[in-house]
Ligand binder design. Structure first.
Ligand code: PRP
Ligand code: URA
Length: 217
């Protein structure tokens, strides 16, 4: 497995907390049933979201405790935007919403052409004022990078400035493609696996994330 240093940038973080590694092994296991898989995706999104949002801007807020008045902190600015890449990205939305329940949710509809492995776009819709929001793009898998790069391009065209992408399992080709395609994007993942196979699936990976989340196969 690749390590973070290989990519030599502060825009790329591998979230490798022991609890994350433990849950990731359960997620990879082919005998993990659909219900457990879905729950694990949500739990991993929470850990990753916690890390990716650690520098959200704060502002002062006056709070009256039962004893006196003090100056506390609250999240400043417009509500965050969560952007799942359909369909597997939807599996990570509830986890991020549990951290930031007031977030808005946009969508990017993409699927990979089975022959070319290139993303085919079928839908996107975003909340307004994207340029003022922290945008959190979620998709469990980063393989060739084509899907995530396309999603980032749609968001930039719509005015997004602060884009943070969260994937669960990535591979070196995908990480490079995303970091090279956009000089400002920030990328978080829980693991960088060895390589892609001839069908552009990640090895060792976890299989088809969308099929495992929804039990479609
Ligand atoms: C998967 C995955 C990513 C994409 C990654 O989606 O959820 O969106 O492939 O591959 P890439 O990095 O090579 O673009 P898929 O196209 O299988 O669609 P689905 O989520 O609808 O199953
Ligand atoms: N999409 C998936 O769901 N899994 C992979 O390994 C690659 C792309």
């Amino acid at each position: 497995m690749a390590t973070q240093n290989e990519f030599d940038t502060d825009r790329f973080v591998i979230v490798d907390h022991p609890l994350v590694q433990h849950k990731l092994s359960l997620l990879r296991d082919k005998s993990t049933p659909t219900k457990d898989f879905r729950e694990l995706v949500t739990e991993l999104a929470i850990f990753e979201g916690y890390e990716a949002l650690r520098d959200l801007p704060l502002e002062d807020v006056e709070v009256e405790t039962p004893l006196e008045t003090m100056t506390g902190k609250r999240i400043a600015g417009k509500k965050l935007a969560i952007i799942p890449i359909l369909r597997a990205g939807l599996g990570m939305v509830d986890g991020i919403l549990s951290l930031v329940p007031t977030a808005r949710v946009g969508h990017v509809g993409l699927y990979r052409d089975p022959e070319t492995h290139k993303p085919v776009s079928y839908y996107h819709k975003f909340p307004p004022y994207l340029s003022e929001r922290t945008c959190v793009v979620v998709d469990p898998m980063l393989a060739t990078g084509g899907s995530l790069v396309a999603a980032i391009e749609f968001l930039r065209e719509a005015g997004a400035k602060d884009i943070r992408c969260l994937t669960l399992v990535s591979c070196p080709e995908g990480v490079r493609a995303v970091l090279d395609a956009d000089p400002d994007v920030r990328l978080y993942t829980c693991a960088v696996d060895r390589q892609l196979n001839e069908r552009a699936y990640i090895l060792p990976g976890l299989g088809d994330a969308g099929d495992r989340i929804y039990g479609t196969r």
